[in-house]
Write a protein that binds this ligand. Structure first.
Ligand code: 475
Length: 825
């Protein structure tokens, strides 16, 4: 359909592709060429969006030569690559990062000014690609950034959702979701490559046939779609490297609609196209509670089948011997979402290449490694056998065969221990016959890792105990990290400048060097400059919130921030109980308002649209905010802001401004957290439980520079085992009782005592995540925060030490750990 490739003869076509000159004039010329001849718009008639698109494409042109060179170099060296398989990439805006990576920021600014345009305005025009829910998707984006910056070959594979994470709005304090139409104004970063499209089959049945004297199985699918790849460039930080992020978009195949078309039903054929395109239409907005929907399994198989096929057929050289696949790639499974890749590779090797089962299994299990991101039992994906059998009948057979062989091995090693074998079975009968994807990933993966030290320990001990006993060496930890490019250098230019003045420029790619800041904590001038940077960040944030949300915040209050998905285990309710308690004490004159540290609390949180209680908690936060913010009795002491639609773009403004980072999940529930790392690196102090990566943050910064509180994981387990009764905490703690009673009294709902009944009764009678048990300890820790903040010099020292001691949390370090423990192990 696309015709053969060509052999160039003209000298210009033979020369390497070059970037436009990196000068202001060169940039202006390229920009105008793009605007005029690329988009067909004259500058004088162009809109901000036209200008933004032209600017983005101009920057892309500068990257293109490096991208071509990176792929050429990769083909030549055949260096082992990482194939990062992730259903989500929460990228954030691209333009600023691309300008930073290419070091074109100043040139672009001057070039735009020369055209009468303002770079800041153009950057604000970009709609961020929100192709992820939260931590897991943002982690994938940090990882591909780090790999490019470290010049490590990586292809990120994922899905180009037409609608990313929903846009959150509030109507009368309640969350209302709007579709995220991120593609509607044009999308200059992703480029389709229809010539590399891949067909993906679904449905049908399997049959056996004789092939000489062997009996083989083949899959006779009943329908298929086309996967169209879009390439996104992933530029390394000022190192000339540009890796690829390849996101797949579903389209109808010719064969698919032709059959219907031939049957004479034109309308039906067109409808069929819509059906195919539905596969990548929308990102599922559930974070941590998979819905088990058929379309979701279609999405998973779709992108994984495209990606494996692409890697084998397009990335590898023609004639490549698949026996060498484990030497050329590790497919890293970002949670269980892409685990169907395991039976897919087996199917390719056994059915298409006619390998022996054992030979195929030996190669397959050396190609995959699995990262788990959760401990919540309800977050572990399980697919019903009947659904799998209907959609992917051959894959189901292969899963059965993997399971049979594995269980036979278990029974041989542990004879007469049928209970053990059953507990390890990939296929379970309870409550329904289904496939446990985490077990499949564990059996197939050469390594299994958790995302923080505590999480990896609990994963091995509590989620997969039989497996960690069976394969102790398979289990490892890689503590998460975040990219210092986006979350420090780009998001916090003032602090970055301070650090660069002190240490020189190298820290951006060598974050351990932040340790050299340690002595500056004792330097009065540095502390003053540090405070000024923080204040500048607050003013920048308040200006944004005023323009973006009409939220008026003022003053040099302690800025207390809790931003993350809305989930019971993260305990936004604990935070709101603390606020209500502060408010209650002031209005009932239990404290002298002039003695409390003025505080501004900012929330940011999306709730999964079907998560009822999470939405009630959002409503509660908004209503408490309304009341508190308009009560003159607390004016100047306490204010609450809950800007809608927290996303990466807002995070980049919020995190650098924060003084206090709220990381208050119930111990043993938050796998890692990555926001916690971003705050600490930007000089916020953490108030946090001994959970996830908080444990490691606290160890590194020291107890004196961290506000720890709450039960430890073993204490949580013990309390749970003894029969937790939230009511007893309510009855015995007058301060807690007063706060809950105030919520229940209608004080925040115009007298309506029923408004928050779901939240209140959940706390009093269930409280699965033990907010009431940790309340007293949390309040004490908040009192310690207030006392500490009153001494600004001491606070600044602590904040600077947080920056100096958290270089460990660079995602570059995470990548080194993956390399040494997994990809090159
Ligand atoms: C953890 N998302 C954080 C972060 O490791 C951790 C689940 C199902 C479907 C769609 N999205 C999800 C997650 O499970 C998720 O984001 N997990 C988070 O991964 C990175 O830091 O503790 O909750």
């Amino acid at each position: 359909r696309y015709g053969p490739m060509t052999t160039p003869t003209h000298p210009l076509a033979l020369a390497p592709v070059t970037a436009p000159p990196a000068t202001v004039d060169g940039f202006v010329k390229e920009f105008l060429r793009e605007l005029n001849t690329g988009q067909g718009v004259a500058l004088s008639r162009s809109t901000v969006n036209d200008q933004y698109l032209a600017l983005a494409r101009t920057v892309r042109h500068y990257l293109m030569a490096r991208w071509l060179e990176t792929t050429r170099h990769q083909r030549e060296t055949k260096e082992k690559a990482v194939g990062y398989l992730s259903a989500e990439y929460l990228l954030g805006r691209q333009l600023g990062n691309a300008l930073l990576a290419t070091d074109l920021g100043e040139i672009a600014e001057k070039a735009m000014a020369a055209c009468g345009l303002d770079l800041v305005t153009l950057r604000a025009q970009e709609v961020e690609p929100g192709l992820g829910n939260g931590g897991l998707g943002r982690l994938a984006a940090c990882f591909v950034d780090s790999l490019a910056t470290m010049s490590i070959p990586c292809i990120g594979y994922g899905i180009r959702y037409e609608y990313g994470i929903f846009k959150q709005t509030f109507v009368d304090g309640r969350q209302v979701e709007q579709p995220d139409t991120w593609l509607s104004l044009g999308e200059p970063w992703g480029f389709p490559h229809p010539e590399a499209a891949v067909q993906v089959d679904f449905g049908g049945y399997t049959e056996t046939y004789r092939d000489g004297d062997v009996e083989r199985t083949r899959w006779v699918p009943s329908w298929n779609v086309l996967g169209l790849p879009y390439n996104y460039m992933v530029p390394g930080y000022q190192n000339g490297r540009v890796n690829t992020l390849r996101l797949w978009s579903a389209q109808a195949t010719k064969a698919f609609d032709l059959a219907i078309f031939n049957a004479g039903d034109y309308a039906e054929a067109v409808r069929a196209q819509t059906f195919a395109e539905n596969i990548t239409k929308v990102l599922y907005p559930e974070d941590s509670t998979p819905q088990g929907k058929e379309l979701r399994l279609q999405q998973q198989y779709f992108f994984v089948a495209c990606s494996i096929r692409d890697f084998i057929n397009q990335v590898m050289e023609p004639g490549f011997d698949l026996h060498d696949l484990p030497e050329r790639v590790t497919f890293q499974l970002n949670d269980t979402h892409p685990v169907i890749a395991v039976p897919e590779l087996m199917r390719i090797l056994v059915d298409e290449h006619k390998w022996e089962w054992d030979e195929a299994w030996d190669v397959t299990k050396r190609c995959f490694a699995y990262t788990c991101h959760t401990l919540l039992p309800e977050a572990l994906e399980v697919w019903p056998v009947d659904l799998l059998g209907r959609l992917l009948p051959r894959h189901l057979e292969i899963i059965y065969q993997i399971n049979d062989a594995f269980l036979a091995e278990v029974r041989e090693r542990f004879p007469n221990d049928e209970l053990r074998a059953r507990s390890m079975s990939i296929v379970t009968d309870y409550p329904d016959r289904s496939v446990r994807m985490a077990y499949l990933a564990t059996v197939a993966g050469m390594k299994v890792n958790g995302v923080a030290a505590l999480h990896s320990q609990l994963l091995a001990d509590k989620v997969l105990p039989a497996f960690s006993e069976y394969w102790p060496e398979k289990f490892t930890n890689v503590t998460n990290g975040v990219t210092p490019r986006r979350f420090l250098r780009l998001a916090n230019p003032w602090l970055s400048q301070l650090i660069t003045d002190a240490l020189g420029v190298g820290w951006v790619t060598d974050l351990d060097r932040l340790a050299e800041l340690e002595p500056y904590a004792q330097d009065e001038d540095f502390r003053k400059a540090f405070r000024e940077a923080k204040q500048t960040n607050k003013e920048r944030l308040y200006a944004l919130l005023r323009a973006r949300d009409g939220i008026e915040l003022s003053g040099d209050h302690l800025l207390d921030v809790m931003v993350k998905r809305l989930h019971e285990y993260k305990r936004q309710t604990l935070k709101i109980l603390h606020i209500v308690s502060l408010y209650e004490q002031i209005i009932h004159e239990r404290v002298d308002p002039t003695t409390i540290t003025p505080r501004t609390v900012v929330f940011g949180a999306k709730a999964a649209p079907g998560y009822r209680l999470a939405k009630e908690i959002i409503y509660l936060i908004n209503k408490v905010g309304e009341t508190v913010n308009t009560d003159p009795r607390v004016a100047g002491r306490l204010q609450i802001a809950f800007p809608a639609n927290y996303n990466v773009t807002l995070a980049e403004k919020l995190i650098p401004a924060a003084d206090l980072s709220e990381q208050i999940s119930l111990a043993g529930m938050e796998a890692s957290g990555t926001g916690n790392m971003k705050f600490a690196l930007n000089g916020a102090l953490t108030i946090g439980t001994d959970d996830g990566a908080n444990v490691e943050i606290r160890q590194l910064v020291g107890d004196d520079n961290f506000f720890g509180f709450g039960m430890t994981e073993p204490e949580v387990a013990a309390l749970g085992a003894s029969g937790y009764q939230p009511g007893s905490y309510y009855e015995s703690n007058p301060q807690l009782k007063a706060a809950i009673d105030l919520i229940a009294s209608g004080a925040f709902s115009g007298g309506d005592r029923n408004a928050f009944e779901p939240v209140v009764s959940n706390l009093l009678y269930h409280d699965r995540f033990m907010a009431l048990a940790d309340f007293a300890s949390y309040v004490d820790a908040q009192a310690a925060v207030e006392a500490a903040y009153a001494d600004q010099e001491a606070w600044s020292k602590m904040a600077i030490l947080n920056v100096a001691r958290t270089g460990f949390f660079s995602s570059d370090r995470s990548m080194r750990d993956y390399l040494s423990r997994i990809w090159r192990a």
